[in-house]
Design a protein around this ligand. Structure first.
Ligand SMILES: CC(C)(COP(=O)(O)OP(=O)(O)OC[C@H]1O[C@@H](n2cnc3c(N)ncnc32)[C@H](O)[C@@H]1OP(=O)(O)O)[C@@H](O)C(=O)NCCC(=O)NCCS
Length: 168
């Protein structure tokens, strides 16, 4: 699905005030502006801001791992992996398809770079995000105990093959 008037663009410094507002609304442990600065300055990251007109309504991005960081898999089953580092849509715009639109852009970009696998971490309690990822065909590939120590909460690690699978 495409959205008229809705465009993803590479996240830049100018976006960060709006990004931080959304980040603070939607996450229990929001990232700081300085952390986002580091994220967008890393050449191995691909991070998009999603704007509707002039309003920033969401963002998301992934990190492209080096071949030698292939620690998740046996026998080099996947060699060109991405790590989805973040995705968020402003509360007033959620459940209207924008997250799906943005995720498709991210995954299609990774596919265009011949990336073959995507993984991410999500809180076990984040049922909305889990439902979102499930719709994209992600499945649980592991659990990291106490990944969110302040809440003593585990992370679910979800993964998905990127090649030969059409987008939603
Ligand atoms: C997860 C998130 C990015 C999804 O974006 P979105 O624009 O709301 O999602 P979409 O409208 O594209 O919905 C796609 C699917 O996500 C799930 N979903 C989205 N909103 C939901 C809600 N309020 N309740 C339950 N499921 C929901 C559903 O499976 C939905 O499919 P459906 O429309 O057939 O029900 C968004 O809800 C969000 O920003 N959440 C807070 C931040 C967050 O948790 N990010 C993930 C970190 S791991």
């Amino acid at each position: 699905m495409d959205y008229p008037g809705c465009s993803p663009s590479i996240m830049i410094e100018k976006d960060l005030d709006e990004v931080i507002k959304i980040e603070n609304y939607v996450f229990k442990r929001p990232w700081t502006k300085n952390f986002f600065r580091l994220i967008i300055s890393d050449m191995n990251n691909y991070v998009l801001s999603l704007k509707k007109g002039n309003i920033l309504i969401g963002y998301g991005g992934y990190h492209s791992l080096n071949k030698d960081a292939n620690f998740l898999f046996k026998k080099n089953e996947h060699t060109r992996i991405i790590h989805l580092i973040n995705i968020a849509i402003c509360p007033g715009f959620q459940h209207k398809g924008y997250g799906t639109f943005l995720m498709n852009r991210l995954l299609n970009s990774a596919r265009a770079q011949k990336r073959d696998y995507c993984y991410l971490e999500a809180r076990g309690s984040n049922s909305r995000a889990l439902s979102f990822y499930k719709k994209f065909g992600f499945s649980i590939i592991g659990i990291i105990e106490n990944y969110y120590p302040q809440e003593k909460e585990n992370a679910l690690v979800l993964g998905k093959n990127l090649l030969n699978i059409p987008s939603l």
